[in-house]
Design a protein around this ligand. Structure first.
Ligand SMILES: O=c1ccn([C@@H]2O[C@H](COP(=O)(O)OP(=O)(O)O[C@H]3O[C@H](CO)[C@@H](O)[C@H](O)[C@H]3O)[C@@H](O)[C@H]2O)c(=O)[nH]1
Length: 506
C-alpha cells in the first residue's frame, strides 16, 4: 500500500476540553501552528462541532460523545460529570478509530505527527500512546495555576492537604487555611490560601471527585513530551516556574501572546502589534463562540458615554453563585447609578435571584441591559466599557488585559482564585469583592475601580495599560512565536512518513 507522500507540513490533531474557555484558546493555538506550516485539525465532541467554525487554515473534526444537544443557549451546556463520562467512556474508541483507520485513497491526509491534548482532556493521552503518536499537553490557563496543580504531590507530602485533597489544619494555621506561599510554589507577592486550591469546587463529595480527576490527569500528564502554556512574560515569577517544571518533566513552552495575536508570525505579527497599540476598538479578531451573541449589545454601548459602563460576566462554565448573591449583585449594580451590561445565562439557577422586573426596569430607564450571551471581545474593546466585573476565568482575564479594561473580581472556582491573586497583587489591575458580596460591596467596588478623581481608578487604569503594552509588545509576541516555532521544528524532525494517518476531512 503506497502511503501518500508526506509533505514537510506535519499534521497535528488537537483535542480540547469541551467548554468555551478551552475550545477558544485551542483554536487559537491551532491557528498559531497553521501559521508555522502545520496541518492542524481540532477534534471536538459532536455537540460543539455543530456550533462553531474553526476559521481559515484549520480543520474541524467531530467526535461522537453520546451527549444530547439540549438547546441553543449557554444554559444548555452539559455539566462536568456528563462531560467526564463522555470523555472517559464514549470518545476514546472514536478517537482511536480516527487515528488508526486507513483512510480511503480519495480522503487520505498527512500522517499525524503529534496529538496536542488539553491537560483537562487527558483521556486522549492513553489513546495517542496506543496509536504510537507522541502527545503534547496544552494548558489553556496561566502557568501559575499549572504549577499549583503540578505541586499536588508536594502539598500532600508537606501535610498541607490530605490524600483526598482536603486542606489540613496545622498549629500555624488552625483554621486549615494555611498560606502555601512558604512552599514557593507561587511568587512571594501572590497570596493564595489552601481553601482556594483549584479542586475545591462545590460540596465535599464534589471536591473529592474533582481531586481524583486531577490525580488521574497528573498521572496521564507524565506521557507529555511538551506542555504548551497560554501564559505571557508579564506573569510574575514565570521564568522560575518554567525552570522548576523543566526539572520535573516535560518541556514547558509559554505560547500566550501568540494566541492573543491569533496565531500570526513575522511581519504579520508586527503589523498586528501596530494595530494593537492603537486605542481599543481597533482590532477584528473573531472569538469562535459556541452560542449566538446578542447582536444589540454593541449598538447599546454606542449610545453610552466613554468609560461609563460596567460589564458583568461569569464566563461560560461556572456554577451559579446562588440566588442571594445574584440578587445582591443586581441591587448593587442599580445602586452604582452607572450603566451596566450583564451577560447572564437564562439558566434558572442564575436568573432565579434577579429581583422581579429588574431587567425590564433597567432597560426602560436606558440604564442597563441583561443578555444571555454577549460578544465579549467586542464588548471589552468598546470605548464605553470602564470596568469588567468578572469571575477571573483566564480567557476573560487575557481579553480584559488585551483591551486595557480594569477589573472587579469575584472568583468562584478552579484557577480563578489564582488569576485573581495576580490581578489584585503583582499586576494591580483590579480589586476583589468580598466573598460575602453585598449590594454595598458591589456599589463601593465599582465606585473605587471607576473612580477617576480619588486616583485609585486612575492607578488601576495606568497599570492595565502598562500590562497591555507588555503583553502585546513585539518582543513578547516574538518570544511566544519562537516557542511555537521550536515545538513545530521538533515534531517536524520526529514525524515519520509511516506514522498513522487520519482522514483529511474526518
Ligand atoms: O457572554 C459571554 C461570556 C463569555 N464569552 C467568552 O467565553 C470565554 C470564557 O472563558 P473564561 O473566561 O476562561 O471562562 P470559562 O469559560 O468559565 O473558562 C473555564 O476555563 C478557563 C481556562 O481553563 C478557566 O480559566 C476558567 O476558570 C474556567 O471556568 C471568553 O473567551 C469570553 O469572551 C462570550 O463570548 N460571551
Amino acid at each position: 500500500m503506497g502511503a501518500e507522500a508526506v509533505t514537510h507540513h506535519p499534521a497535528v490533531l488537537l483535542v480540547p476540553f469541551p467548554a468555551q474557555g478551552h475550545v477558544t484558546p485551542m483554536l487559537q493555538l491551532a491557528r498559531a501552528l497553521a501559521a508555522h506550516g502545520v496541518a492542524a485539525t481540532v477534534a471536538v465532541p459532536d455537540f460543539i462541532h455543530r456550533r462553531i467554525s474553526a476559521g481559515a487554515g484549520v480543520a474541524l473534526a467531530s467526535i461522537p460523545s453520546g451527549i444530547e444537544d439540549d438547546g441553543p443557549g449557554p444554559d444548555a451546556a452539559p455539566g462536568f460529570a456528563a462531560i467526564v463520562h463522555a470523555m472517559e467512556h464514549h470518545m476514546p474508541a472514536h478517537l482511536e478509530r480516527m487515528l488508526e483507520s486507513p483512510p480511503p485513497p480519495s480522503r487520505r491526509g498527512p500522517a499525524v505527527a503529534c496529538v496536542v491534548v488539553d491537560v483537562l482532556a487527558s483521556w486522549a493521552v492513553p489513546v495517542a500512546a496506543r496509536c504510537g503518536v507522541p502527545a503534547a499537553g496544552f494548558w489553556p490557563a496561566m502557568l501559575a495555576s499549572y504549577r499549583v496543580v503540578a505541586a499536588i504531590p508536594e502539598l500532600i507530602e508537606r501535610g498541607l492537604i490530605s490524600e483526598s485533597g482536603t486542606p489540613i489544619s496545622s498549629s500555624e494555621s488552625p483554621d486549615g487555611d494555611a498560606m502555601i506561599r512558604g512552599l514557593k510554589i507561587l511568587p512571594a507577592q501572590v497570596e493564595l490560601r489552601t481553601g482556594e486550591l483549584p479542586w475545591l469546587v462545590g460540596d465535599p463529595a464534589t471536591q473529592r471527585s474533582r481531586f481524583a480527576f486531577w490525580l488521574q490527569t497528573l498521572h496521564r500528564a507524565r506521557g507529555f513530551r511538551w506542555v504548551l502554556v497560554n501564559s505571557f512574560p508579564g506573569e510574575a515569577g514565570a521564568d522560575d516556574v518554567v525552570s522548576r517544571l523543566a526539572r520535573q518533566g516535560p518541556q514547558v513552552l509559554p505560547v500566550g501572546p501568540a494566541l492573543l495575536s491569533g496565531g500570526l508570525s513575522g511581519a504579520a505579527a508586527a503589523e498586528r502589534t501596530k494595530q494593537q497599540q492603537q486605542p481599543p476598538c481597533g482590532g477584528n479578531d473573531k472569538n469562535p463562540s459556541m452560542w449566538r451573541a446578542d447582536s444589540t449589545c454593541i449598538g447599546w454601548l454606542d449610545a453610552q458615554r466613554a468609560g461609563s459602563v460596567v460589564y458583568v460576566s461569569f464566563g461560560s462554565w461556572v456554577g451559579s453563585i446562588g440566588p442571594d448573591k445574584v440578587r445582591e449583585l443586581a441591587l448593587g449594580l442599580e445602586a452604582t447609578g452607572r450603566p451596566f451590561l450583564w451577560a447572564l445565562k437564562r439558566d434558572p439557577s442564575w436568573r432565579a435571584g434577579l429581583p422581579e422586573g429588574f431587567a425590564e426596569r433597567a432597560a426602560a430607564a436606558g440604564r442597563g441591559k441583561v443578555v444571555d450571551w454577549a460578544p465579549q471581545e467586542d464588548v471589552l474593546r468598546h470605548a464605553a466599557v470602564g470596568c469588567y466585573l468578572t469571575h477571573c476565568g483566564w480567557n476573560s482575564t487575557l481579553e480584559a488585559v488585551r483591551h486595557g479594561v480594569r477589573l472587579l473580581c469575584y472568583p468562584v472556582a478552579g484557577d480563578q482564585f489564582i488569576n485573581c491573586a495576580y490581578i489584585t497583587g503583582p499586576w494591580g489591575i483590579g480589586l476583589r469583592l468580598a466573598a460575602g458580596m453585598t449590594r454595598g460591596d458591589v456599589r463601593d467596588g465599582v465606585g473605587r475601580v471607576m473612580d477617576e478623581d480619588g486616583g485609585e481608578g486612575r492607578r488601576l487604569r495606568e497599570k492595565v495599560r502598562a500590562l497591555r503594552e507588555r503583553v502585546v509588545a513585539a518582543e513578547a509576541r516574538r518570544a511566544a512565536d519562537r516557542s511555537v516555532g521550536a515545538f513545530v521544528d521538533e515534531i517536524r524532525r520526529e514525524s515519520h512518513p509511516l506514522l498513522m494517518q487520519i482522514y483529511s476531512v474526518l
